[in-house]
Design a protein around this ligand. Structure first.
Ligand code: ATP
Length: 370
């Protein structure tokens, strides 16, 4: 049995501007100790889902279970769940110690000594022992973030919820705190749901990533699964930076029965290897070709039936690699190459693909075919 189960969970908001389905029939099982990251663009339903789990938002339809027990009707304080907000939500007049102790004083009958022990243990874990007697206003953003996390840790909840906890920090501190939170998670092993709109944060922190768009689940998987085996074009586009390249093509089956075929458009005539299209016999011929920047080669002398021409717009040197931005018949194409491959801006180059890593999507549904 999973520790946290979302069963057909739906949230509909009715307000003056109409009805909004913020989350639609979401099914998700989260195991004990898992670190799950919800990711997706603004408005996709991440926070609403988290708020339904925490009890801050009612559930329109479906059921949420914690350790097998339905919690739909439980008030937030009765759920064994602690939430860390983007705004930290610290009490300004209380010291760090007071902030961290307050939840335990309110909701448990632990004595002062035990509360103090837990506060000091969490402070030690978060590296804020020296700040316990300070007020939040005198702390930096990163320190306030640690206090907010420490306050959740002292409760020793069954589940942690984080709603974009690092988005108020600068880029360097954000990266550092990612590592810190991952370390804390491995120390305390508490089941965690973490919301972010930053796919890189999701990729680096998650055991499993849950990708949402427009209130509906797109894919659940490990970082590698969602990167290498995206379910659909949306996931393929959302995960990875620079993002995957897409081209509208038609599949011209060669009819020899070898499973070979050619991807064709005004700009492209790219013969796929035998067998590549063997399982595409029944699909529509309108496809979208997807290929990641690191799976494209810039090559001289490539076989003409397996190459595409493009013009170099910009070469971005990042040290270990180059990012090369190309114009392929008016469309931007991004290629990542080793640093020694540095074509001239304006030069026409020939591209080939690592065929085992290309993706083909149904142009109508966006579903992955290969
Ligand atoms: P962001 O990253 O911008 O926080 P999100 O993925 O967390 O976005 P939600 O905040 O869950 O998205 O919102 C999902 C949808 O529900 C949006 O269309 C939003 O406008 C709508 N919504 C959220 N809260 C309410 C509310 N209280 N009343 C009406 N609509 C709401």
């Amino acid at each position: 049995m999973s520790q946290l189960e979302l069963d057909n969970v739906t949230k509909v908001f009715d307000d003056s501007s109409g009805t909004i389905v913020a989350v639609e029939e979401l099914d998700l099982n989260i195991d004990d100790g898992e670190f799950v990251v919800f990711v997706g663009p603004s408005g996709c339903g991440k926070s609403t889902t988290l708020r339904m789990v925490s009890g801050l938002e009612t559930i329109t339809d479906g059921e949420i279970r914690l350790a097998g027990q339905r919690i739909n009707e439980q008030s937030p304080k009765d759920r064994d769940i602690a939430m860390v907000f983007q705004s930290y939500a610290l009490y300004p007049h209380k010291t760090v110690r007071g902030n961290m102790a307050y939840g335990l004083q309110l909701s448990t009958d632990l004595d002062d000594q035990e509360i103090n022990r837990r506060v000091e243990e969490a402070a030690d874990m978060m590296g804020i022992e020296d700040l316990l007697d300070q007020k939040p206003a005198s702390l930096s953003g990163g320190q306030q973030q640690r206090v907010a996390t420490g306050r959740a840790i002292v409760r020793e909840p069954a589940v942690f919820l984080f709603d974009e906890p690092l988005s108020n920090l600068d880029a360097k501190l954000r990266k550092h705190m990612r590592t810190e939170l991952a370390r804390i998670h491995s120390e305390v092993g508490i089941t965690t749901i973490y919301v972010t709109h930053d796919q890189e944060e999701a990729m680096t922190m998650a055991d499993r990533i849950v990708i949402l768009n427009d209130g509906s689940l797109q894919q659940v998987g490990t970082p590698k699964q969602v990167y290498y085996e995206p379910n659909n074009r949306f996931v393929a586009d959302f995960i990875g930076s620079p993002s995957m390249n897409f081209l509208d093509v038609k599949l011209d089956r060669d009819g020899t029965g070898t499973g070979a075929g050619t991807l064709v458009s005004d700009e492209v005539n790219y013969k796929l290897s035998d067998g590549m299209v063997g399982n595409l016999d029944d699909v529509d011929s309108d496809l979208i070709l997807g290929v990641r920047p690191e799976n494209i080669r810039i090559e001289a002398g490539a076989a003409p039936e397996k190459s595409i021409e493009a013009t170099v717009d910009v070469v971005e040197v990042i040290g270990s690699d180059n990012f090369i931005y190309l114009d392929l018949a008016g469309q931007e194409f991004r290629v990542r190459t080793p640093s020694e491959i540095e074509p001239e801006e304006g030069e026409t180059v020939t591209l080939t693909f690592d065929e085992e890593n290309i993706h083909l999507f149904d142009a109508r549904t966006g579903d992955a075919l290969v």
